[in-house]
Design a protein around this ligand. Structure first.
Ligand code: HEM
Length: 369
C-alpha cells in the first residue's frame, strides 16, 4: 500500500495493532518512567526495535503502530537524559524505513500518540497519570476534526467565494474549528500547569535521526497552522509564523507539506473575500455574505481557543516553573501572543468589510428615497 493511502486507514484499525508485542513487553512503561530507570528503558528499546529486514514485511497500518510504540520508549529514554539513537544505533535505519513507508517524518508524531493510540487498558502512556490521560483526550477531541478541517480547506480553496458551495463548506468548517475551544477547556479544567511543565513536557523533547533533529508528539502539530495558511496566514502572517507552519506541516499526514506549499503562495481565503466584497461594490450578494460571515465566525472560534490557550501556556512556561524556554513544537509564548492578535484582527477585518458596504448601501437607499 502506498503512503498516500494513509487517509483511508481507520484510526481504530491502527490502534488495535500490536506489531512489536508492546502490550506484553512494555505495558508498564509508566512504572519504568516513575522509577527513572534509564538503563532498563534502553534495554527495552533495544529489545522492541525490530530488525530492519522485518520492517519490510509490515503493512502500512502496522508501520504506523510500530512507530507509535517505538516512539513511546524513545520519548522515555530521551526524558531520562539519553539520546535514543546513540543508545540503540540500529534504531536509526528502522525509523527511516518506517517514515519512508508511511510518508511521514522518521519519528512518532501527535497522530501516533493520539489518533493511532488505543484507548482503555491498552492506551500507551508515558506516566499513567490521570492528567496525562485527560490531556490526551483533549487533543483527541480536536486532532481528527482539525485533520478533517484541512480537507474542507482543500475544498474551500477551489471554490469562488461567490458560490453558495463556499458558504456551505465554510459553515461546516466553523463546526470543526470550534473543537479547538472544547479541547483547551478540557486541558484547562483537568491539567495543572505544573503537571504539564514538569512532568509531560520533558517527554516531548527532540531527538536526532541522521543529521537532523525531530520534535516529539506535540499538540502544537494539530494542523491548525495549516488551516490558518489557507484562511489568512499566507498573506497576513509574519515570517516567524510562516516558518512555524511550514515546520508543523512537516509533522503532518502525507500530502500536507504539498498543501502548505500551495497555500503559502496565497491569496488566502480572507484576501479572496476582500476582493469579492470590493467587487460587489456595496451590494454584497447573499451567498458571498453567508460565506464571509461563516469565515468570520470560524476565526472568532480560533480567537476563543487561542485566548485560553495562551493563558495556559503562559502559566506553564512561567520562569519559575518551566524547564525549557520553548514549546514542544519549537515555538515561543511571544509567537502565541502574536497569533492571537493577528487572528483577532483578521476576524474583525472580515466583519468590517461586510458591515461597510451594508452601511454604504443603506445610505444610498436613503438618498434615493
Ligand atoms: C496543557 C497545556 C498546554 C500548554 C502549556 C501548551 C503550550 C503551547 C506552547 C508553548 C505553544 C507554542 C508552540 C510550541 O509548542 O512550540 C503551543 C502551540 C500550540 N498548541 Fe498548545 N499547549 C497546551 C495544550 C494544548 C492543547 C490541549 C491543544 C489542543 C489541541 C494545543 C494546541 C496547540 C496548537 C494548535 C499550537 C500551535 C499554535 C496555535 O495554533 O496557536 N495545545 N502550545
Amino acid at each position: 500500500m502506498l503512503s498516500a493511502d494513509l487517509h483511508v486507514l481507520r484510526d481504530e484499525h491502527v490502534a488495535a495493532l500490536d506489531p512489536l508485542d508492546f502490550d506484553r513487553r512494555v505495558g508498564d512503561l509508566w512504572r519504568m518512567n516513575a522509577d527513572a530507570d534509564a538503563k532498563w528503558l534502553v534495554t527495552v528499546l533495544r529489545d522492541v526495535t525490530p530488525a530492519a529486514t522485518d520492517v519490510a514485511d509490515l503493512g502500512t497500518a502496522e508501520c504506523l503502530a510500530a512507530m507509535r510504540d517505538l516512539g513511546m520508549v524513545i520519548g522515555s529514554v530521551k526524558r531520562h537524559g539519553m539520546e535514543p539513537l546513540d543508545a540503540v544505533p540500529d534504531l536509526e535505519k528502522v525509523l527511516i524505513i518506517l517514515g519512508d513507508r508511511t510518508g511521514m517524518v522518521p519519528r512518532d508524531t501527535v497522530h501516533h500518540y493520539i489518533r493511532w493510540n488505543p484507548t482503555g487498558p491498552r492506551e500507551r502512556m508515558y506516566t499513567g497519570h490521570r492528567m496525562e490521560r485527560l490531556l490526551m483526550s483533549s487533543v483527541r477531541v480536536s486532532l481528527p476534526r482539525m485533520s478533517a478541517a484541512v480537507d474542507l480547506c482543500r475544498q474551500l480553496w477551489d471554490i469562488s467565494p461567490n458560490d453558495l458551495s463556499f458558504a456551505v463548506v465554510a459553515q461546516e468548517l466553523v463546526a470543526l474549528l470550534r473543537s479547538m475551544e472544547d479541547a483547551i477547556d478540557i486541558a484547562v479544567a483537568n491539567v495543572t500547569p505544573e503537571f504539564f511543565a514538569r512532568t509531560m513536557r520533558p517527554f516531548f523533547e527532540d531527538i536526532r535521526v541522521g543529521d537532523r533533529r525531530f520534535l516529539g508528539p506535540a499538540a502544537a502539530h494539530v494542523p491548525l497552522a495549516l488551516v490558518d495558511m489557507a484562511l489568512w496566514a499566507s498573506d497576513h502572517g509574519s515570517p516567524e509564523y510562516t516558518k512555524f507552519a511550514a515546520e508543523s506541516a512537516w509533522y503532518g499526514l502525507p500530502g500536507w507539506r504539498d498543501l502548505f506549499d500551495e497555500w503559502v503562495a496565497g491569496p488566502s481565503v480572507v484576501s479572496r473575500l476582500k476582493t469579492a466584497i470590493a467587487q460587489a461594490n456595496g451590494a454584497t450578494p447573499p451567498h458571498l455574505r453567508a460565506g464571509a460571515e461563516a469565515v468570520a465566525r470560524g476565526l472568532r472560534a480560533l480567537v476563543a481557543f487561542r485566548g485560553k490557550h495562551l493563558t495556559m501556556a503562559r502559566k506553564s512556561y512561567a520562569h519559575e516553573l518551566r524547564l525549557y524556554p520553548l514549546g514542544s513544537g519549537g515555538g515561543s509564548i511571544d509567537l502565541l501572543a502574536e497569533i492571537v492578535d493577528v487572528t483577532k484582527q483578521n476576524a474583525t477585518q472580515v466583519r468590517r468589510w461586510l458591515d461597510q458596504p451594508r452601511r454604504a448601501g443603506k445610505r444610498r437607499v436613503l438618498c434615493e428615497s
